[in-house]
Design a binder for this molecule. Structure first.
Ligand code: CA
Length: 234
């Protein structure tokens, strides 16, 4: 049983969302503006927030940032209108776990929510022990002390930047990271950053993993946004 908070001021859309999510057996609560939603997040700790970016009062994006400050591990899926690539990118940069475009396909919406719930419930456990020596997301395992990535029992030695990139993705497997966010994880301030550093590192990581398991892709490209952990076949 998961608790989902729908933040949407257009009632007919919120009705459809609530119906679809309840049908999956999830408990649904609703808020029509950012202020009410923030108080519900603080008191009821939902497992996931489905957030429309267009709201009266506190707008979706400032709301999203506030929630991230208070609860870094809170799962959030944003709803954006078609053609709003800019708002979507800003929402994902503010830390949303995924997005769904309106008008949405019912099955796709439920599938995205379900996928984020599955990934972030693991995420909560990991964030309670941030210093754990390894991150296991089968079939991949990252050995944080030995700077190695295991595919099953096969170790891959990682260079420093490869390790940092993989660590960022595997610590937050539900999240999409932009290239700038990954650069910030991979490089110290003032360190020289090569052109295409992120894309090149992703390419090398994929190559190393595929030398062991040819159809396994460790990193998914999210077109127009950046990268996310994958660990699934291509
Ligand atoms: Ca709205």
């Amino acid at each position: 049983m998961a608790d989902i908070l729908i933040v949407e001021d257009e009632r007919h859309i919120a009705d459809v969302l609530a119906f679809l999510l309840r049908e999956k057996g999830w408990r649904v609560r609703r808020a029509e503006d950012g202020t009410a939603a923030l108080s519900m997040v603080q008191h009821q700790k939902p497992d996931l927030i489905l957030l429309d970016l267009h709201l009266p009062g506190i707008q979706g994006l400032p709301f999203m940032k506030r929630v991230r400050e208070l609860y870094p591990a809170q799962a959030v899926v944003i709803l954006t209108a078609q053609g709003e690539e800019d708002a979507r990118v800003r929402g994902m940069e503010a830390g949303a776990d995924d997005y769904v475009c309106k008008p949405f396909n019912n099955r796709e919406l439920v599938a995205r929510v379900q996928a984020v719930l599955r990934r972030t419930r693991g995420d909560f456990l990991r964030e309670e022990s941030p210093r754990e020596p390894e991150i296991v997301l089968a079939p991949l395992r990252l050995d944080c002390a030995g700077f190695r990535l295991y595919v099953g029992d096969n170790p891959i030695d990682l260079a420093k930047h490869e390790f940092s990139l993989m660590e960022a993705l595997m610590r937050h497997p539900a999240r999409v990271f932009t290239r700038d966010q990954l650069i910030a994880k991979m490089y110290a301030e003032g360190e020289d950053v090569f052109d295409n550093a992120v894309d090149t590192t992703v390419w090398r990581l994929r190559k190393k993993v595929r030398e062991i398991t040819p159809d396994l892709n460790p990193i998914k490209t999210i077109y127009g946004l950046g990268y996310r952990f994958s660990g699934e076949p291509t």
